[in-house]
Design a protein around this ligand. Structure first.
Ligand code: F6P
Length: 503
């Protein structure tokens, strides 16, 4: 029997006890179920476990040897066994392990080269930079640039990811090719969307002014393919197979970040992540934030059987965090088989979704409060505002505190339509301020939590074979769409007939 199946007994024991009653019976949990790592505070008191269930969870953590698993990842062991690779994104952001000396040195050299390119672009006549990439080659830089780029940044950074030509059209329309540089980011340099969009941007740069003047850059693990695309080696920054795409914003994939916020701030982002790495590696299980976060996720999924998980940043600058986490968490943990190929035997990742408060209070919060299924949520707030609108910030924080309280406690009423059931679990994460350092810590927290969840489930957090089938079918259907072949599938054939008639 899977050892996580034992969580059911604790969930059943607690089923008749409301969250409000749990807290009333043990008020000290408000403080005891909280952890702080530097500028990052996390409170788990509104999760639907008690101390006994938590003991069981920490026993699982010890049994699964989470501490050893963490060490193995940081040491560069082959934790991605299906692809025979290490997962050494941690080596990109500070030294933790001698065994990773090779990757550390490669990372340092790449960062030095990136620094020189940042300096030369900053000193040039370029005003705008277009970053072309998708998935892990887009979401991280997009998140960090959206969160941290100053309004008056020396270089404005824009992103094109979707293969839909509207994406390129919209981004390029207001830009002047003579004052724009572009970066094509693709670990494989074989991704259909990125190659198509890269070509659009390359041609657009060529039309406006001398593309040969050197404003097209690449970030890739496949230097040869990037070269074939027309980018000379001195403008190609490296990636390596030991960095997974969705874990790569710390590498040269972060080039757009460094251009938007400056190299110093980019390094502060890395330092923040490295501080979380050190905490994840050194803190004892019970004081270890990624461990508690991962155990909570597994409790909500396998104990309480929650089908979805919300992430609700109460800071407009973090509005893209849910998009970013959807890839990080669901591409990593959306697996049904264990490392050895056997059926995992229980549910793994729930659907992650969310959006920024307070906007979302006026869209989907109705369902969070009164829907038939409780949705566990991570709420994320920022203590200090930096915009000078103090009244707005107080209102934002009041709403944040109100939502976590109302979801947990609910409210009784004679009229069933006005009744709030409560018992909706949440974790509250608070950053002292949104800085490159605190954002680096926050993202690294989620990375480690994801990995530790994968260890608890026995699955591989670092492969993504599930995305391949759709790509293969799409490449088979392209000729069918162009009338050069027949589709095998009867429904697809009918859909093609319909499409072709209307084109
Ligand atoms: O969606 C699948 C995927 O392989 C992601 O894991 C990756 O981040 C993305 O495609 C882009 O890949 P590449 O960087 O090779 O273009």
């Amino acid at each position: 029997m899977n050892r996580l199946a034992g969580l059911d007994a604790h969930a059943q024991r607690l089923a008749g006890t409301s969250l409000a009653a749990l807290i009333e019976a043990d008020p000290a949990r408000a403080r005891d179920f909280a952890l702080r790592v530097g500028p990052l505070y996390a409170n788990f008191a509104r999760q639907r476990y008690d101390r006994i269930a938590l003991d069981a969870l920490f026993a699982l953590a010890a049994e699964a040897d989470l501490a050893g698993a963490m060490q193995r990842q940081l040491d560069g062991e082959i934790v991605n066994s299906t692809e025979g690779r290490a997962a050494l994104h941690t080596a990109l952001r500070g030294g933790l392990s001698l065994a990773a000396a090779g990757p550390h040195a490669q990372a340092r050299r790449a960062r030095e080269r990136m620094q020189a390119l940042v300096a030369s672009l900053q000193a040039s006549a370029v005003t705008d930079v277009v970053s072309v990439g998708i998935g892990g080659s887009d979401l991280g830089p997009r998140l960090v640039v959206d969160a941290l780029a100053p309004a008056n940044a020396r270089l404005r950074v824009h992103f094109i990811s979707n293969v839909d030509g509207n994406a390129a059209r919209r981004v390029l329309a207001p830009l002047d090719p003579a004052r724009t540089a572009a970066i094509v980011i693709s670990k494989t340099f074989g991704t259909q969307e990125t190659l198509l969009n890269g070509r659009i941007v390359r041609d657009w740069l060529g039309e406006g002014a001398a593309y040969h003047g050197g404003r097209l850059y690449a970030v890739s693990a496949n230097v040869e393919r990037a070269g074939d695309f027309g980018i000379p080696p001195e403008r190609i920054l490296p990636m390596w197979d030991w960095v997974g795409g969705r874990y790569s914003l710390w590498s040269a994939v972060g080039f757009p970040i460094a251009l938007a916020i400056g190299m110093e701030a980019f390094e502060a982002l890395l330092d923040g992540a490295a501080a979380m790495d050190a905490h994840a590696n050194e803190a004892p299980l019970r004081e270890n934030l990624p461990v508690l976060h991962a155990l909570t996720a597994v409790w909500n999924r396998n104990g309480l059987h929650a089908a979805t998980q919300a992430v609700l940043p109460y800071d407009d600058r973090l509005r893209l965090l849910p998009n970013y986490l959807q890839q990080l968490v669901m591409e990593s943990l959306g697996k049904s088989v264990r490392m050895d190929g056997s059926d995992v035997g229980l549910h793994t990742v729930p659907v992650w979704w969310g959006g920024a408060g307070t906007d979302t209070q006026h869209s989907f919060f109705q369902a969070l409060h009164q829907g038939t299924q409780a949705v566990p949520a991570d709420f994320i707030g920022v203590v200090r505002a930096e915009h000078g609108h103090a009244d707005n910030h107080m209102a934002l924080l009041a709403n944040l505190l109100a939502q976590v309280e109302a979801l947990a406690n609910g409210q009784d009423a004679d009229d069933p339509h006005r009744r709030y059931p409560g018992d909706r679990p949440s974790t509250l994460l608070l950053l002292d301020a949104l800085t490159p350092r605190s954002l680096g810590m926050l993202v690294a927290l989620y990375e480690h939590s994801v990995y530790l969840q994968s260890v608890l489930w026995g699955i591989n957090a670092f492969d993504q074979f599930g995305v391949e089938l759709g790509k293969q079918v799409a490449s088979r259907l392209l000729p069918a769409l162009q009338g050069e072949a027949e589709a095998d599938d009867a429904v697809t054939r009918e859909l093609l007939r319909e499409l072709n008639q209307r084109r």
